[in-house]
Design a protein. Structure first.
Ligand code: GTP
Ligand code: MG
Length: 389
């Protein structure tokens, strides 16, 4: 296996082979993978090693789950409150806390020195009645998962949130910051703005391997089956829906991965050189990320930022109106795609059980006061008047 590898990589491979515990094996295997040069000739080797890593990690999770039921340690993760949770991440001093203060009015500490924020601090962002919980987080630095005692908890917090806001300091090199953040999230099993490679795995009790659409995979049947065997899966049917590489197959089978949404906030737009940094950031990342330029100290760009956060969360704010009466002050906040029936159930089961009709005023209505049924899909800003028997 180790032909054409650097002496460093060979040493790492040997260390991996000699590791005894699952945790140690994971660390050594990650190191080995990081030292294998990534190109066409090594792609399958890397995919194979990654599949072993997936198996080791799932073994470790299983062990942890068992241990957890025995002892409940302290946890850092902030319980979700409100309609959605959004994490602010960035390297030290990028302005996460300053942004948090100005958006939520919280008094999280701001400092002109690194590592001011030591633990997650929640705050509330009111987006016209939608209550968004923002979390100000300690900064991210290289190898945080292994180098910091709180690294794993920080990553759990990020993975639990509905949206990740990458806060980038335009007075420093933006590429360097993005590379660190993406790499640390990647190593923490978080994929940002990526789709899970589309496959469908069914475990069958017997019958060996059945592959459907295997020609879509850039690998042989044997190579695909080997990956499944590495994961301890012997009887299965596996269907591929799009062209993909062997690494994509491994990714799709790694159930520990979180697929999260992220946007970039280009902060400190008031500093000298920030224009050039912003251009560079756009050139490199605008295909993958929405980028909002702001200055958290000068209060610039924050309205657009707030709107973008809300829009990315894919929520709708619906107000109810009493039949021939007043409109509620506070909206009901639901996921996009919500229907009149969802609103009826929330107001009172009576409105659902004895539903007659609803009248809609606002963006989803063809005309003001349009009469609709329970299945009508609502849009952000709608007003709904429900009539029941
Ligand atoms: N010029 C300028 N300075 C800013 C801006 N936003 C934040 N700062 C400054 O940058 C420094 C760091 O701000 P913080 O908000 O503490 O940064 P942080 O990302 O929370 O830092 P850590 O908690 O240490 O990771 C402070 O001196 C802020 O006043 C901005 O938009 N423009
Ligand atoms: Mg801070």
């Amino acid at each position: 296996m180790s032909t054409n590898l650097s002496p460093e990589a060979k040493l790492a491979e040997q260390e991996y082979n000699e590791a005894n515990t699952t945790e140690d094996k994971i660390i050594k295997l990650e190191k080995f993978i990081s030292l294998v040069p990534k190109h066409k000739a090594t792609e399958k080797l890397v995919a194979r090693l990654r599949s072993r890593l997936v198996k080791l990690k799932s073994d470790l999770e299983e062990n942890k789950r068992r241990l957890k039921s025995l002892s409940k340690g302290p946890t850092w993760v902030i319980p979700k409150e409100g309609d959605a949770q959004v994490s602010l991440i960035g390297v030290a001093n990028s302005g996460k806390s300053q942004l948090m203060r100005i958006l939520t009015g919280s008094n999280t500490k701001v400092g002109d020195y690194p590592y001011t924020t030591e633990k997650p601090e929640p705050g509330v962002l009111d987006c016209d009645g939608a209550i968004i919980q923002l979390i100000d987080l300690p900064s991210i630095f290289p190898n945080i998962r292994t180098e910091s005692k709180n690294g794993a908890m920080l990553l759990s917090q990020i993975r639990a949130s509905d949206l990740i806001v990458f806060v980038i300091d335009l007075s420093e090199d933006p590429k360097k910051q993005m590379d660190i953040l993406i790499e640390e999230l990647y190593n923490g099993s978080i994929r940002v703005n990526k789709e899970k490679p589309p496959i469908e795995l069914r475990r069958t009790g017997s019958g060996g391997a059945i592959l459907i659409g295997e020609s879509k995979v850039d690998a042989s049947r044997e190579e695909i089956i080997e990956i499944l065997h590495d994961l301890g899966i012997y009887n299965f049917s596996l269907k591929f829906f799009k062209p993909m590489s062997l690494s994509d197959v491994v990714e799709a089978l790694d159930y520990s991965l979180a697929y999260s949404k992220g946007i970039i906030v280009a902060n400190k737009g008031d500093t000298t050189g920030s224009k050039e940094s912003y251009q560079k950031l756009k050139e490199l990342f605008e295909k993958q990320f929405i980028i909002i330029p702001v200055s958290a100290t000068e209060d610039e760009g924050l309205v657009l930022l707030q709107e973008t956060i809300f829009q990315q969360l894919e929520l709708v704010r619906i107000k109810s109106k009493e039949p021939n009466g007043g409109i509620a002050d506070k909206p009901i906040v639901l996921k996009q795609g919500a229907t009149v029936s969802d609103v009826a159930k929330i107001i009172h089961t009576r409105f659902f059980d004895h539903f007659k009709l609803a009248k809609i005023y606002g963006p989803s209505a063809k005309f003001e006061g349009q009469t609709v049924g329970l299945n009508h899909i609502l849009a952000d800003g709608d007003i709904v008047e429900i009539f029941a028997d």
